[in-house]
Design a protein around this ligand. Structure first.
Ligand code: ARG
Length: 462
C-alpha cells in the first residue's frame, strides 16, 4: 500500500524498515477507541463549520460501518498497515474518496494516538478495579470463614505471636484496597483529553476542544499542546500501580505456596488450581501461585521499560513512544490473567485450623503474654521479659513448653506466678486480649471486616 506521506519521498520504505516501523500488531486492539475518537473529532469539525453537515454524516456513517465490520469480523485489519490510525483512515478513504481525506483536518496522529491510549487504558483500569473487587470479596469471604482460626503470626518467619487466619487474610484486603485506590487516582489524573493538541503546537482551525473532550468522556482537556502529545505519565503511573498490585499478589502467592507445603499444611488448595508431576505421583503443586509470583517480574519490567523510554526524550512526540503500548498492554494483560486465576484459587481453598493451632502451640508464641502476666503483677516489662527468656531457655533444655512446665518450676523463676498463668497464656486468650484498634482480637477484627465490607459496598455501587 502506498504510504500517506509518499509525496515527500523519491522511493519506497525498505521492507524490513517498514516492518520495523509498524505498530499495527500491537495497536490494532485500540480500533474501537480510534474510531470513537474520529467520530467525536468529525462531529466537532461539523459543529465548528470546518466540515459541512453532509461531509460529517458521510464520515460518521463510514466510520460506524467500519466499526461494525471489524466487530463482526467481516473486515480484517490489514497487517501491512503502519498502525491502526493509518488503517482506519485509509479504509474510510477507500470507501468515501475525498471526503474520507478530510477527517484528519486539524488533527495529527500524535494527538490521535495519545487520546486512543488514554481511552483504552481508562477501560483497562476500570476492568482491573472490577477484578480487584472480586478478589477482595473472595479474601473477605475466607477471612470471615476463618476469623476464629488461631495460627502463628510470624516475624523473620519465626513464630512470634498468635493471630487469627481471618486477621492475616484481611491484611491482604488492605493492600488490594490501596491498589484499587491507586488505580482510581491514576485514572482521575489521566482523564484529560489531549485531542486538539494536533502535531505539537495546536492548530489554525477553530476547533472546539471542550466538545471532543466531553464527547469522549474526559473531565477536561490538557492545557499545553506540547505536553498533550508527549505526556505518557499515565502509562508510568498505571504500570507502577500494577507493579505494586503484583507485589501484593506475589507475597500472597509466596504464603500460599508455603502454607500448602507438608511442612506447614495450613491450607489445602482445590484440585482445580493445582497440578501434578510427570514423575512423582504424590505431588500436588501450587503452580498458579508460583506463576503469579513469577509473572510479577514482567510487570516490573514493563514499568522500567516505560520509565526508560521517557527519560531522554526531548519534547514533543518521538517514535520511541510507540514502545509505550507493548509495555503497558502487557502489564494489564498479565495482571488481568493473574487476578483472574487468583480469585477462584482463594475462594476454593480450605484452611486446616487444627494444623494452624498445633503450629502456634509449639513455639513459645505466647511468651510475650507470659511477660505481660508478670507486668500485670507489678514487675517492670524489661524484668518480666528477662525472666520469661530464662524460662523459655529452661523449657527448651527440658523438652517442655510454656503450657506444660509445672507451676513449681515457674515459681523458681518468680514468686509472682500462680495457677492463673496457664489461662493467661492460653492461645485463644492471647488472641482475645489483643483488641487494640487494628489488632487480632475478635472485636478489632470484626471492625476490620466491617470496614472491608463497607469498602466493597461503596465501590460496587460507585
Ligand atoms: N504508531 C504511532 C505510535 O504508536 C502513532 C503516532 C505516530 N506519529 C508519528 N508522528 N509518527 O506512537
Amino acid at each position: 500500500m502506498e504510504k500517506m506521506w509518499a509525496g515527500r519521498f523519491q522511493k519506497a520504505l525498505d521492507a524490513a524498515a517498514d516492518d520495523f516501523n509498524a505498530s499495527i500488531r500491537v495497536d490494532q486492539r485500540m480500533y474501537r477507541q480510534d474510531i470513537a475518537g474520529s467520530l467525536a473529532h468529525a462531529a466537532m469539525l461539523v459543529s465548528t463549520h470546518i466540515l459541512t453537515e453532509e461531509e460529517g454524516l458521510q464520515i460518521q456513517t463510514g466510520l460506524q460501518a467500519i466499526l461494525e465490520e471489524l466487530d463482526n469480523g467481516s473486515l480484517q485489519v490489514d497487517a501491512g498497515a503502519e498502525d491502526i490510525h493509518m488503517f482506519v483512515e485509509a479504509e474510510l478513504t477507500r470507501r468515501l474518496g475525498d471526503v474520507g481525506k478530510k477527517l484528519h483536518t486539524g488533527r495529527s496522529r500524535n494527538d490521535q494516538v495519545a487520546v486512543d491510549v488514554r481511552m483504552y487504558l481508562r477501560d483497562e483500569a476500570i476492568e482491573v478495579k472490577r477484578l480487584l473487587l472480586g478478589l477482595i470479596g473472595a479474601v473477605l469471604g475466607k477471612a470471615r470463614e476463618y476469623k476464629n482460626a488461631v495460627m502463628p503470626g510470624y516475624t523473620h518467619l519465626q513464630r512470634a505471636q498468635p493471630v487469627t487466619f481471618g486477621h492475616h487474610l484481611s491484611a491482604y484486603c488492605m493492600m488490594f484496597m490501596r491498589d484499587f485506590d491507586r488505580l482510581s487516582d491514576a485514572v482521575r489524573r489521566m482523564n484529560v483529553c489531549p485531542l486538539g493538541s494536533a502535531a505539537l503546537a495546536g492548530t489554525t482551525y477553530p476547533i472546539d476542544r471542550a466538545e471532543t473532550a466531553a464527547a469522549l468522556g474526559f473531565d477536561t482537556y490538557c492545557l499545553n499542546s506540547l505536553d498533550g502529545v508527549s505526556d505518557r505519565d499515565f502509562c508510568v503511573e498505571l504500570a507502577a500501580a500494577l507493579s505494586l498490585l503484583m507485589t501484593h499478589l506475589s507475597r500472597f502467592s509466596e504464603e500460599i505456596i508455603l502454607w500448602s507445603s507438608w511442612e506447614f499444611k495450613f491450607i489445602e488448595l482445590d484440585d482445580a488450581y493445582t497440578t501434578g508431576s510427570s514423575i512423582m505421583p504424590q505431588k500436588k503443586n501450587p503452580d498458579m501461585a508460583e506463576l503469579v509470583r513469577g509473572k510479577t517480574g514482567r510487570v516490573y519490567g514493563d514499568l522500567i521499560t516505560l520509565l526508560t523510554m521517557l527519560k531522554g526524550l526531548p519534547l514533543a512526540y518521538n517514535k520511541d513512544m510507540q514502545e509505550d503500548k507493548e509495555a503497558i498492554f502487557d502489564a494489564f494483560d498479565t495482571v488481568k490473567a493473574c487476578v483472574g486465576v487468583f480469585t477462584p484459587m482463594v475462594s476454593t481453598l480450605t484452611a486446616l485450623p487444627e494444623r494452624m493451632r498445633a503450629a502456634a502451640g509449639r513455639g513459645f508464641i505466647n511468651a510475650t503474654d507470659l511477660a505481660d502476666y508478670l507486668v500485670g503483677r507489678g514487675l517492670p516489662f524489661r524484668s518480666a521479659y528477662k525472666i520469661v527468656g530464662q524460662i523459655v531457655h529452661a523449657c527448651i533444655a527440658a523438652g517442655e513448653t510454656l503450657e506444660t512446665l509445672p507451676l513449681a518450676q515457674y515459681k523458681t523463676f518468680s514468686p509472682l506466678f500462680d495457677e492463673t498463668l496457664y489461662a493467661a497464656i492460653d492461645l485463644d486468650a492471647c488472641v482475645e486480649k489483643r483488641n487494640s484498634a487494628g489488632g487480632t482480637g475478635k472485636e478489632s477484627v470484626a471492625a476490620e471486616l466491617a470496614a472491608i465490607e463497607a469498602f466493597l459496598k461503596d465501590n460496587e455501587t460507585a
